[in-house]
Design a protein around this ligand. Structure first.
Ligand SMILES: Nc1nc2c(ncn2[C@@H]2O[C@H](COP(=O)(O)OP(=O)(O)OP(=O)(O)O)[C@@H](O)[C@H]2O)c(=O)[nH]1
Ligand SMILES: C[S@@+](CC[C@H](N)C(=O)[O-])C[C@H]1O[C@@H](n2cnc3c(N)ncnc32)[C@H](O)[C@@H]1O
Ligand code: SF4
Ligand code: SF4
Length: 365
């Protein structure tokens, strides 16, 4: 019995228990709740050259051995399977820090040559980007998101535990100059550390045609230091920005994007300065519209950022499985995607939320 977009119910009405269904062979990356993942996020490495307090511990993590990590050819093959068999329509390269991968340009070139029209973006801390931006653009990277939490060297070093602010700013300038547009900047606000800087960060971004997004801190840090009271909420971020700007809902469709966008103006002035996004994963979750499928650096499918279940594809790839077998396993992994936040309900601050063993850097944010 079929129940709409690609589900087959096993011996019960389509309106029955959605757990009692399996994905239809040949369908895309559907889940039991009717969502279809079309946005693939691949982590290129678990390594990073920063140690952001909300992500990594000061001492780093025990990195994967080289032979545990997807090779360029394996990444290219997974993208091919995703696009040609599973309905993937956009690709994000992330990590860890994707720029630390020596073969990054080759990976992008290989993907681009097979998929001329695929949007390929990258989320990066921009350390070392200044030297590589032009090569990345030539290789076929479409656009870039840079993480930057502060414009003050001391605060930047406090948050990232590294003194690389100048490199990040140079990387952003290079991305703008190269046309890796739109350049988006992600800032996680941490109470008492950089939250007071929110209006200055927005001023800076508006003056450069950068789309700034403020991100609610999620409980995905290796140090397990997250608290609901300690995080800066979307409402608090809006209040901080309203001390200098007027925010109005952006009329453009959100289209499943994590960021809710606002038009930005000066009080009493109708002139539009630009937009700002707020990514409220904790207080205003967007799981019902989620279109994401993730693959970790060691080739495991994570159907949700907060999944505690992982499905290995690397073993299959290396056991010379054919593309159809890999696609089937990937499809099955996505079918059991949790409803929200790795559970059957939203609530990163709820009593039954269990933080995944992996930190954000080891998942692929
Ligand atoms: N809850 C949740 N948060 C996510 C997810 N993906 C990304 N985020 C959050 O959104 C932030 C920004 O992610 P980016 O990698 O810049 O990409 P994006 O904003 O999702 O995508 P674009 O706007 O298309 O560039 C991350 O730092 C996370 O905090 C997700 O699948 N679930
Ligand atoms: C894990 S990083 C990987 C890519 C790259 N290293 C970077 O920082 O952009 C991707 C994004 O996750 C965000 N992030 C990391 N830990 C987070 C947390 N605990 N809560 C919310 N966002 C987090 C970062 O700010 C960054 O924008
Ligand atoms: S957020 Fe990105 S830059 Fe910061 S420690 Fe995590 S992976 Fe590295
Ligand atoms: S928490 Fe999971 S379901 Fe919700 S938006 Fe993120 S990946 Fe999607």
């Amino acid at each position: 019995m079929e129940s709409g977009s690609g589900r087959v119910a096993l011996g019960m009405p389509a309106t029955g228990n959605p757990d009692n269904t399996v994905p239809r062979p040949g369908a895309g990356l559907l889940d039991r709740f009717g969502r279809q993942a079309t946005d693939l996020r691949i982590s290129l490495t678990d390594k990073c050259n920063l140690r952001c307090t909300y992500c990594m511990p000061a001492e780093g993590l025990s990195w994967l051995a080289k032979n545990q990590v997807l090779t360029a050819a394996e990444i290219t093959r997974l993208v091919r399977i995703g696009v040609s068999r599973l309905g993937v329509r956009e690709l994000r390269l992330t990590g860890g820090e994707p720029l630390v991968r020596a073969d990054l340009v080759e990976i992008i070139s290989a993907i681009r040559s097979e998929h001329p029209g695929l949007p390929v973006s990258m989320t990066t801390n921009a350390v070392g980007l200044a030297k590589k931006a032009a090569a990345l653009k030539i290789a076929g990277l479409t656009r870039i998101n840079v993480s930057l939490d502060s414009l003050h060297p001391g605060t930047f070093a406090q948050l990232t535990r590294r003194p690389f602010l100048d490199q990040v700013l140079a990387g952003i300038d290079a991305a703008l100059a190269t046309g890796l547009a739109p350049v988006k900047v992600n800032a996680v606000l941490m109470r008492g550390v950089n939250d007071a800087e929110a209006p200055d960060l927005l001023e800076w971004a508006l003056s450069r045609q950068i789309e700034l997004r403020f991100i609610e801190q999620m409980p995905l840090d290796a140090d397990h230091g997250w608290t609901r009271d300690g995080m800066v909420t979307a409402a608090q971020t809006k209040a901080l920005l309203s001390t200098r700007f007027e925010l109005a809902p952006d009329p453009r469709r959100r289209d499943g994007a994590p960021a809710e966008r606002f038009e930005v103006r000066r009080p009493g002035d109708a002139g539009l300065l630009g937009t700002v996004g707020i990514i409220a994963s904790v207080t205003e979750p967007f799981c019902a519209d989620c279109r994401r499928t993730r693959i970790t650096a060691e080739g495991k499918v994570m159907s949700c950022l907060f999944s505690r279940e992982e499905t290995d594809l690397l073993g299959l790839l290396r056991a010379t499985a054919d593309d159809a077998e890999v696609a089937d396993r990937w499809r099955a992994a996505m079918w059991s995607k949790p409803k929200a936040h790795g559970m059957d309900h939203t609530g990163l601050d709820s009593a039954d939320y269990v933080q995944p063993d992996r930190s954000m850097s080891a998942i692929g944010g």
